[in-house]
Design a protein around this ligand. Structure first.
Ligand code: F6R
Length: 614
């Protein structure tokens, strides 16, 4: 996720900005840049790669010692991580420099309009349009604050923007909608940051901004307004976190922070997917509609958590598109001599985009002339580069080794792919697709509802610190959720945990059930009666043998009450989308249990974030 810093004061801005960016490095990034206001001109430098590359460039060609500046570490969304796509972006006349976090959903139309007015774009980013728009506004004679208000009213999506104007060197202006930004309040100096880590070595007085607000900082003060120009107030607070807590937004672990970021991550992954005509659009799909119509089989390949996302995708694609789907572990794929033809679509799901097993599998598929589509969270990584098309998830970097928001956003990408295929192949009517998209748009709020009940799940986890083994049961789309719940517990709590399809129990695993064994049961929504009833039978079977049933079931499902020793309610959502809410309590359960057991949740033993060996 991008890191943003802004400064105006008495100190050399370059030092403050670079130091702030270093404090935000934990957010992950793939390029970095800085812009300073030097008496009527903007000076700027930006480099792909680590901050050290930018620092080396600045050491070789120093920028002037001035006291107003902005900086950025970019996590690529639109366009690969290159020097030209790095921020800041400048307007045509180099009057404005701008950095941005988020996604401007309507950037394509804005870009088209600017290009038809003769603006030449210097990058592939959505950000650059905002720099040109700001400059257009300034040319009408308004100041940077009003220019920002005017531009923001025309932007759709989620964004934090921070800008400077070469003609107004004592002012830095920022805006936010659905994206983080905090103000640091100093003596004769003020700061902007993606979070307080950017400035807590200078000041611990901070100000939080509301939604759709513009903030102007000068040496003397801070003023806030709405996008419509109405004066507003920010909320002041004192920061008493240390740096490490600040990086984790006050949480003890990155994993916990990432679990709580999921409503935002899901919303970001849905941004910009519907065109003005209401049709689904997937920017970097790159496979033509005809290519997709010719597909007669899909093979999904992935590892670990990403594999479980693939299992959910199978249910969605087969149901909505009527195309047969196989889901295969990437590490097994090549060795079974899979049947691949030019009409097979191979979908590779990988959060990191670097997993060696998955990479080798797609290379094998491409040699067999199959088309490869990647679902990936890391722009510019190897798997998307070697694929014919890509759907980027917009989770932002995942730092905790155990994947959480990566998984939820992979699910979103899988649903989008399924709906897109249904649209292209005509297997669903447009209004049916829109209906599911509307349901998906509700999911961030539903995920938040589950998170609001975290304490209930933590208490449950604390009750199970002495458990030696935990089982997970699910059916249909709840089956991969059960597998994922078990994987989380193995990874970070080092507990024996197994996930089963509820119907399989009686074929063997039920022999494991003994008095008091905790079994987490993912109960499907009631809409599919048979499925729901069969799940209840499975729960009865284990309960009759002494298991302690911890059930996740939708709100209002009273049929489960007699069979649940503990009941955690989930929001009412359609069965295919239920994994998005059902997995969240399982993540919280694992995180809390591992914490109680004293384990390093972010860096579990024997595991690496990206597995680059086969
Ligand atoms: C589990 C986890 C791993 C990864 C797997 C694939 O929490 O993180 O199981 O899901 O190693 O990684 P990617 O998605 O990067 O290919």
């Amino acid at each position: 996720m991008c890191g943003i810093v802004g400064y105006v004061g008495a100190k050399p801005a370059q030092g403050v900005v670079i130091e702030g960016l270093r404090r935000l490095e934990y957010r992950g990034y793939d390029s970095a840049g800085i812009a300073l206001v030097d008496g009527g001109t903007i000076v700027s430098d930006k480099r792909a790669g680590k901050l050290a590359n930018l620092e080396k460039a600045l050491a070789d060609a120093p920028l002037p010692q001035v006291t107003t500046g902005i900086g950025h570490t970019r996590w690529a969304t639109h366009g690969p991580p290159t020097d030209r796509n790095a921020h800041p972006h400048l307007g045509r006349e180099r009057r404005v420099a701008l950095v941005h976090n988020g996604i401007i959903e309507n950037f394509a139309e804005l870009r088209q309009r600017l290009e038809s007015d003769g603006v030449e774009m210097a990058s592939d980013t959505d950000t650059e349009v905002a720099a040109h728009l700001l400059e257009e506004q300034l040319e009408t004679g308004v100041d940077l604050t009003v220019a920002m208000q005017n531009v923001c009213r025309g932007l759709e999506g989620a964004f934090t923007l921070v800008a400077v104007d070469s003609q107004d060197p004592d002012r830095v202006v920022a805006a936010r909608r659905n994206s983080p930004l905090v103000v640091g309040i100093g003596e004769g100096e003020n700061f902007l940051g993606s979070d307080v880590a950017a400035f807590i070595e200078h000041t611990r007085e901070a100000m939080e901004l509301g939604q759709d607000q513009v903030v102007t900082i000068t040496r003397e003060g801070v003023s806030v307004s709405g996008f419509d120009g109405t004066p507003a107030e920010g909320t002041r607070y004192h920061v008493d976190w240390d740096l490490s807590a600040a990086e984790k937004d006050g949480h003890d672990w990155f994993m916990r922070k990432e679990i709580f970021e999921q409503p935002r991550a899901v919303a970001d992954s849905l941004l910009g997917r519907r065109g003005t005509d209401g049709l689904l659009q997937l920017d970097e799909m790159r496979l033509s509609d005809q290519d997709l119509r010719d597909i007669d089989k899909i093979i999904i390949i992935a590892a670990g958590t990403s594999f479980y996302a693939g299992m959910v995708a199978k249910y969605a694609i087969e149901h909505w598109c009527r195309i047969p789907v196989e889901v295969e572990l990437a590490s097994e794929f090549r060795y079974r001599d899979p049947i691949l033809t030019a009409s097979t679509l191979v979908v590779a799901i990988s959060q990191s985009g670097e997993t060696a097993d998955t990479l080798q599998a797609i290379r094998h598929a491409r040699v067999q002339r199959s088309k490869v589509l990647a679902i990936c969270n890391t722009n510019g990584s190897t798997i998307p580069r070697e694929s014919d098309g890509v759907i980027y998830t917009h989770a932002g970097p995942e730092i905790g080794v155990a994947s959480t928001k990566g998984f939820l956003t992979q699910l979103v990408a899988c649903y989008l792919l399924a709906l897109y295929l249904a649209q292209v192949k005509g297997t669903r009517y447009g209004d049916e697709i829109s209906q599911v998209m509307d349901q998906l748009d509700q999911m961030p709020a539903h995920v938040q509802t589950v998170l609001d009940k975290a304490e209930e799940v933590y208490a449950l986890a604390r009750d199970h610190v002495d458990s030696r083994s935990v089982l997970f049961l699910g059916r249909h789309a709840g089956y991969p959720v059960a597998l994922e719940g078990a994987l989380k517990l193995k990874e970070i709590a080092y507990l024996h945990a197994e996930g089963f399809a509820a119907g399989e129990l009686k074929h063997g695993p039920i022999a494991l059930v003994e008095e008091g064994l905790p079994i987490l049961c993912v109960v499907p929504p009631r809409g599919r009666d048979q499925l729901h009833d069969k799940m209840i039978s499975g729960i009865q079977e284990v309960r009759a043998r002494g298991a302690r049933t911890l059930c996740l079931a939708e709100e209002g499902d009273t049929t489960i009450t007699p069979y649940a020793d503990v009941l955690i309610t989930l929001p009412q959502v359609p069965v295919l989308l239920q994994p998005l809410v059902a997995v969240v309590p399982l993540q919280l359960f694992a995180c809390e249990l591992a914490t109680q057991l004293g384990h390093d949740v972010d860096q579990p033993r024997n595991l690496a974030k990206s597995v680059t060996v086969e």
